[in-house]
Design a protein around this ligand. Structure first.
Ligand code: 5GP
Ligand code: ZN
Length: 107
């Protein structure tokens, strides 16, 4: 399958890794939309939130906890966690990913 995030997960193409476990990894977004912008992905290919199945609950929780841990690691006081779902939802890469966005100056 020609999936760029599967290739990152298999280390076939490089990415700036921030964390990795057996089931997920987090890396810097190549075109950041915020001062701090990371993507947290499952290593397993799942197309989107709309394609989650009943056995993915723990995996999904893991993505959110990973983002929370990264936010703490980068000392983000506030941040956004975003899942884009489907083309109409702004999803371009068809491999489930959670955007961690932050690092803006305090209002
Ligand atoms: P989406 O719009 O699908 O929710 O977001 C996909 C994100 O993946 C975009 O923010 C884009 O900059 C990022 N991206 C696309 N290709 C690559 C890549 O090869 N490496 C990295 N690190 N990020 C990528
Ligand atoms: Zn994939």
């Amino acid at each position: 399958m020609d999936c760029v995030f599967c290739k990152i997960a298999k280390k076939e193409i490089p990415a700036e890794l921030a964390m990795e476990t057996e089931s997920l990894m987090a890396f810097k977004d190549i075109r950041p939309s915020a001062p701090v912008h990371y993507l947290v992905i499952p290593k397993e290919h799942i197309q989107s939130i709309a394609h989650l199945e009943g056995n993915h609950k723990e995996l999904l929780a893991g993505l959110i906890y990973a983002a929370k841990d990264l936010a703490a690691k980068f000392d983000l006081k506030g941040y956004k966690l975003v899942f884009n779902v489907g083309r109409e939802g702004g999803q371009v890469i068809d491999h489930l990913h959670l955007h961690l966005l932050g690092g803006w100056p305090q209002p």
